[in-house]
Write a protein that binds this ligand. Sequence first.
Ligand SMILES: [Zn+2]
Length: 134
Amino acid sequence: MLRIIDNMNKRGYFVHNSGEWCGFAVVATSAKEAKKIIHDSGELPVGDWSDIRAHWVRSAKVDDLPIGIVTDGRDALVRGIYGALEKYPCDECGKERDVICYNGRVLCSRCIEKEYRRHDMSSNSGSVTLERGD
Ligand SMILES: [Zn+2]
């Protein structure tokens, strides 16, 4: 029987040291592989990395990325592997702040708040239809 290695088994992992918020976005087929990639990369910062964790981000779509570290931090954020980026230029105001992905854009908390208010107001201005069962 011929077995075909399924390329779709790629997963996005957030690899970090136990107890630390900072880490790496990695594309791998298993948590073990994700950790190995980080160990072999020589990119580990100074410190104790003996208790390294690989968290599978199930919602992240990474099929089109190669196996390895995701070097584009913005891409890793938009795909959901990173929860936030520190000191990164915001799409809206352009200032370097802590940013997260909001509706597919990379925004700082101030711009998200503005966006949220605008969205909130526009959705409230429309009429609301209540559906009733019988
Ligand atoms: Zn902003």
